[in-house]
Ligand binder design. Sequence first.
Ligand SMILES: Cc1cc2nc3c(=O)[nH]c(=O)nc-3n(C[C@H](O)[C@H](O)[C@H](O)COP(=O)(O)OP(=O)(O)OC[C@H]3O[C@@H](n4cnc5c(N)ncnc54)[C@H](O)[C@@H]3O)c2cc1C
Length: 481
Amino acid sequence: MSEAVIESFSPLAERLANALGTRAVITEADAREKYLVEERGLFRGEAAIVIVPETAADLAKAVAICAEEGVGMVPQGGNTGLVGGSVTSGREVLVSFEKMNRIREVDATNFTITVEAGAILADVQAAAAAQDCFFPLSLGAEGSCTIGGNIASNAGGISVLKYGNARDLTLGLEVVLPDGQIWDGMRPLYKDNSGYSLKNLFIGSEGSLGFVTAAVLKLYPRRRQIQTAYCALATVESALELLALARRRSGDQVTAFELMSEFSLSIVCAHADGQRPSAEVHPWYALIELSTSRDGDDLRATFEALLEEAFESGLISDAVVAETIDQAQRLWRLREGIPEAQKRAGGSIKHDISVPVSAIPRFIAEASQAVEAYMPGIHVCAFGHVGDGNVHYNLTQPDGMAKEAFLEHWEAVNDIVHPIAMAMNGSISAEHGIGLLKAQEIDRYRSKSEQALMRTIKRALDPRSIMNPGKTVAIEGKAAG
Ligand SMILES: Cc1cc2nc3c(=O)[nH]c(=O)nc-3n(C[C@H](O)[C@H](O)[C@H](O)COP(=O)(O)OP(=O)(O)OC[C@H]3O[C@@H](n4cnc5c(N)ncnc54)[C@H](O)[C@@H]3O)c2cc1C
């Protein structure tokens, strides 16, 4: 950013500092830096002002000032979203929620937890566990992502199969609206049919309609038994049959069912300290977790019986059931290490698609045939939450190809893969949102009437496009981004 542009933000910085206090307004280049870089290095943000409010009231004051000045604002939680949703263009004020991270209350009778938007997901899980409860949202970035970011992106993760995504786990919300008012919807209610479900407007809206400042979330009884197994499979079809068998035989106690291709496992072993649970190499693997909050069930016996049935019917060719917590964690590291291993294995082009669960084998077969025809030698690194129809259909560069040359094919490869998912009634963004990465593409894949409806909602709530301008749905506004 040029000095002249930074200088032009000085009067706004002064107004914000007068309203929020100087400690809440960051303008020094060194101190701003950490908010401007993101996980994958795909985007680089620019912002002359970062604010770190401590309360919803302070944030509301800042929003009112920015609305008056016609300056956009970009909310940022843990900045782990991977699609550039919390990246600033240089024209907006960046809002960090790092100081709004309190856990206000755990109600073990109502099975709810009340938290501020900047609370780290792992801290929320721990606070629930301390009261003999369980907060089921769980994903690879849980040590740094925030509840506000989880809600704004309607995060999924490994337990959607059993407990649903962030939308299903959110009962109440507090939101700072584009005109600087605070909407208090912090009702810890499991039932509330008193008009439109306003919270659902904000969940999954990537901060484009309002900024979440606090939430009431659902809890469950703490899990007493957790069993984890790794299974080897010949085909993706067998994985789906195994999933159905596991759900039936366990009385629907499957809490996670993750698919990994041999290529994805091989790179975790080569680049991310993964160790194969068994020496045999197979085309596909499933990581399965069964869990229950009952003490009396013998979950391990249930698991072993169903795996034996799967083995005898030829669905699986090998299986390892973890004997200890440590062994279960090592199995999970194989799955969680894939994104890191991909980074070390060279360039990767990623897709976060979903299709109906039953269409997954067809999607993987058709997409793989098409990308291999486009670029011989490309490595398909497919893995993900197949229990919810969500495949991270990632592609790693052919051996010997330069990373930059490979990444130049990003859009062309998206243009091959995304239409295949859409033709199966799928989505091009199953859990990471739209952000900047898919801002152009979304116009092609949502119908004209859906786009018009989204713009109508955006215009009604945020006519000047102050809130995360240019993300999710773009409208013309003074701060259009
Ligand atoms: C290793 C790894 C694994 C992941 N696994 C999963 C997974 O399994 N499932 C999944 O769904 N995602 C996954 N993600 C993506 C990411 O962790 C989630 O999307 C997470 O919910 C983002 O939270 P955050 O606090 O980092 O939000 P950010 O990245 O900071 O922001 C995400 C979006 O929300 C907006 N936002 C942030 N805070 C607020 C707020 N308080 N109010 C309004 N808008 C706000 C931002 O502007 C942005 O548009 C993964 C990411 C990584 C790096």
